[in-house]
Design a protein around this ligand. Structure first.
Ligand code: SF4
Length: 447
């Protein structure tokens, strides 16, 4: 990379005030390069048996329903669907899995990990959950899966619900707390309140899930220094197995962005990036003092030897993933794809007997290498030997200019065959990743 190109990438990093757009890098190449033209590549990939029998398989099920839409939400979410409509949607996802499971790429394989995301998976009733998972397992049994992860909104977790979640085999329960302050929860449009958090957490502990994760967001509207500290103190009192802290971003399809537009504001009404990074840094430091280990730019876990997050680690190492449901993302033998993003067209495609494909991207070997490298950077440590063995690539040589530039800024170091990010590097890791994109993929348009 020339010096001028390096400056251009650095300029693309967000200024310290929070402006609209996506900060979090969740995949590579960026979504803006995926297209409807490449949907044929999905069927090509699914029609061939796996080239590498050792590639793990995951299953993602998207439940796009919530009690209420949070003002910062950028997911495909419905708050107005009737019980009949929800059942129709679930029927479609079962049909979708049946179709995928018969494809040569999938036939005979068993999921290593399962993830229920949303939306709010815990919005479903105990009965719906039981029936849905029985039907899915009849198609693709996951009794041997190492991890079954499930996202919950605290206000949806009555006693019967949480027992049902345990019964369907969930091992990793993730509780979307985001903040403990009722005023902030209200201001940001969350449906739950702090009383529901404590009741849900206690019930989850009573059910003895293998792992409980809690999510917080640093920089919600109305956040203050004192309240952020209280959030961390409360998490420490709960002592979950895993704590995930996101830095608040304001993508274009959020209610907050629409309100900014209406008011003619360029800056979001939340803390700037430097403050959010400091809050996460202080949060991580407090968690470390209490025995936690920071395992990525967003997570701290209590017992790293026991507290794995297979979904993340497998995906960031090239696993195949079948995404079921509206707008869900999949990865099949090097082809990325996303489903149709509205429930109507999604269900109609399923009823026509088609796969509900929206857009796709067939990666080449270099893009797959870059993808795994940038995603593993989020863990804070990248093993260069892994890339030599899997891709025949010397990543230090391949990215020498970029790595030396970041080393000069004190954001990472090369230590005994590992690329190791400093804490400051880790806290802004998503900003650093664009430097490693192929030049024609460096763009601010990420979604
Ligand atoms: S609970 Fe999650 S998915 Fe649902 S509206 Fe809020 S942020 Fe979006």
């Amino acid at each position: 990379m020339s010096l001028s190109e390096h400056s251009a990438a650095a300029d693309a990093r967000p200024a310290t005030e929070t402006r609209p757009g996506n900060y979090f890098v969740s995949n590579y190449p960026p979504f803006s390069f995926w297209s409807a033209d490449q949907r044929g590549a999905v069927l090509d990939a699914l029609r061939d048996p796996p080239r590498d029998a050792g590639t793990p398989l995951g299953l993602y099920h998207h439940i796009p329903f919530c009690r209420k839409r949070c003002h910062f939400c950028y997911f495909r979410v419905y708050t107005d669907k009737s019980a009949r409509e929800i059942q129709d949607y679930l029927d479609c996802t079962v049909e979708e899995l049946g179709r995928l499971a018969r494809m040569p790429l999938i036939e005979g394989r068993r999921p290593h990990f399962v993830y229920f995301g949303g939306g709010t998976p815990s919005y479903l009733s105990a009965q719906q959950l039981g029936e849905l998972t029985d039907r899915l397992k009849a198609i693709l049994p996951w009794d041997a899966a190492e991890e079954v992860a499930f996202e919950c909104e605290p206000g949806t977790l009555g006693p019967g619900k949480i027992e049902a979640i345990r019964r369907i085999g969930v091992t990793r329960l993730s509780l979307g707390i985001e903040n403990f302050d009722d005023g902030l929860l209200e201001l940001n449009g969350r449906a739950h309140r702090s009383g529901e958090i404590y009741r849900a957490y206690e019930r989850a502990r009573h059910e003895a899930f293998e792992q409980i994760n809690v999510d917080l967001i640093a920089g919600m509207m109305g956040e203050t220094e004192a309240n952020w500290q209280r959030n961390i103190e409360r998490v420490l009192e709960l002592r979950p197995d895993s704590v995930t802290i996101y830095q608040m971003e304001i993508p274009y399809n959020t209610t907050i962005y629409k309100e900014m537009q209406a008011a003619g504001r360029a800056e979001a009404p939340i803390a700037d990036w430097a403050t959010k990074r400091r809050w996460v840094k202080e949060g991580f430091a407090a968690l470390e003092s209490a025995g936690y280990h920071v395992g990525s730019g967003y997570t701290a876990v209590l017992r790293p030897e026991r507290t794995q997050f297979l979904y993340r680690d497998a995906l960031w190492s090239g696993a195949d993933l079948l995404g079921l449901g509206v707008a869900s993302f999949s990865h099949a033998a090097g082809v990325h794809y996303q489903n149709l993003t509205e429930i109507g067209p999604y269900s109609e495609a399923i009823r026509r007997g088609e796969l509900p494909l929206n857009r796709a991207y067939r990666t080449n070997a270099e893009e797959r290498m870059i993808r795994e490298f940038i995603l593993q950077m989020k863990l804070g440590r990248v093993d260069t030997g892994y890339f030599r063995e899997k891709f025949g690539a010397d990543i230090v040589d391949r990215f020498r200019a970029e790595l030396e530039g970041l080393e000069g800024e004190g954001l990472l170091a090369l230590e005994g065959g590992m690329v190791v990010l400093s804490r400051d590097g880790l806290l802004c890791v998503d900003n650093l990743l664009h430097d490693f994109f192929l030049p024609h993929h460096r763009t601010n348009k990420l979604v």
